[in-house]
Design a binder for this molecule. Structure first.
Ligand code: ADP
Length: 368
């Protein structure tokens, strides 16, 4: 297996469109790295440059310490699984999986051994003689993965491999790919626009926007310590609530929204980071689960009370989403389903002021 390093990698397409700007990251041997971001942020282009399917405009790419900018895809020892599976319709599952090895002139017995082993890992043994059209979406996806496995590549690349599957199957395949990663102990790079896939599968996540890397971190670090407002809003569902306001110029450190609808007395622990911002405007970010209907006993001092009228209540079964408006901005709270909130009456909610995020209104970078 192998590590992969991108150093100052840029991609400018013909016509001058800069799709990837100065990307730097390292994928360690056996690591599962997810590239995530909204459509058009440059994640597929980055993956395709690692695969060698797209030329690198400037910068360097190393696989296993060797610079591979000018090495052709077939000599990079990587295998890619595509969103549309790219199976040959006239070949059986066995032939589809064996095809790449045949091209590389592997002996018949070696091919049979590898295909049968992959079929076993992927629960495809009974389908080996079927054609792709006689398979379900999930089975086709497994064949596409099988075709990559038989090659025993240094690095596996996945380009949105689950987006053609229905929601339930996607969850199932997600865990299958995670299990496969553990079993093969392989280096894997996985592209998705789905932050849940990223959070649940990645050892490390690279968040991109407009061709620029926003943050590289372990999933929970991204969630708890987002580097900027974009990452804070992109990771987590329902998304973080944001509102602009000001810090008190003196006295107790308070955050007050511009129309004073919402006010928080901030604990002293924020003074070190926010003291220099007193009197200035900034963004407050609060995750939905940090706005609650009840306060845990003994934690009263961590919460500020806030009164509002609930506009929509969505029971999700294990939890409830509450929607209300603060100064014209929709807020979401996520509470335990044992509580029974009511619509259109004044309701007290509690904001956990130890869980606040603050971002600069100029740069949108975190202030914490
Ligand atoms: P993502 O995978 O994050 O959706 P892509 O890497 O596919 O994004 O695309 C990044 C940007 O590059 C987009 O603005 C897209 O329109 C542009 N792009 C992608 N492929 C080409 C191409 N072959 N020629 C010109 N521009 C392209």
């Amino acid at each position: 297996m192998a590590d992969v390093t991108l150093r100052n990698v840029c991609k400018v397409y013909e016509g001058g469109n800069t799709a990837v700007k100065d990307v730097n990251f390292e994928i360690k041997d056996r690591e599962f790295v997810v590239l995530v971001g909204p459509s058009g942020c440059g994640k597929s282009t980055t993956l395709r440059m690692i695969a060698g399917l797209e030329e690198i405009s400037t910068g360097e790419l190393f696989i296993d310490g060797k610079k591979v900018n000018d090495v052709s895809p077939k000599d990079r020892d990587i295998a890619m699984v595509f969103q549309n599976y790219a199976l040959y319709p006239h070949m059986t599952v066995y032939e589809n999986m064996a095809f790449g090895l045949k091209l590389r002139k592997f002996p018949k017995e070696e091919i049979a051994m590898r295909v049968n082993e992959a079929a076993k890992i992927l629960n495809l043994e009974e389908y080996l003689q079927r054609k792709p059209k006689a398979l379900s979406g999930g089975q086709r996806q497994r064949v596409a993965v099988g075709r990559a496995i038989v090659r025993k590549p240094k690095v596996f690349l996945f380009d949105e491999p689950l987006s053609n599957l229905d929601a339930k199957l996607r969850v199932q395949m997600r865990t299958e790919i995670s299990r496969l990663h553990q079993r093969l102990e392989a280096t894997m790079v996985y592209v998705t626009h789905d932050q849940v896939e990223a959070m649940t599968m990645g050892d490390k996540i690279v968040v991109m926007k407009d061709g620029i890397v926003q943050q590289i971190d372990a999933p929970l670090n991204l969630y708890n310590f987002p580097a900027n407002k974009f990452v804070a809003g992109f990771i987590g569902s329902p998304a973080m609530n944001f509102i602009k306001g000001q810090l008190s110029a003196e006295g107790e450190l308070k955050f007050k929204t511009n129309g004073a609808e919402l006010e928080l007395i901030l604990p002293d622990s924020y003074i070190e980071k926010l003291g220099s911002r007193r009197g200035k405007e900034l963004w407050l970010g609060l995750r939905p689960e940090d706005i609650t209907e009840t306060v845990p006993a003994g934690a009263e001092k961590n919460f500020s009370k806030f009164e509002t009228v609930l506009e929509v209540i969505e029971p999700m079964g294990n939890e409830i989403f509450l929607y209300f408006t603060v100064e014209g901005i929709q807020f979401t709270s996520r509470i335990a389903s044992r509580t029974k909130p009511s619509l259109n009456v004044k309701t007290a909610l509690y904001l956990d002021h130890t869980k606040c995020h603050f971002f600069s209104t100029d740069t949108e970078e975190t202030l914490l």
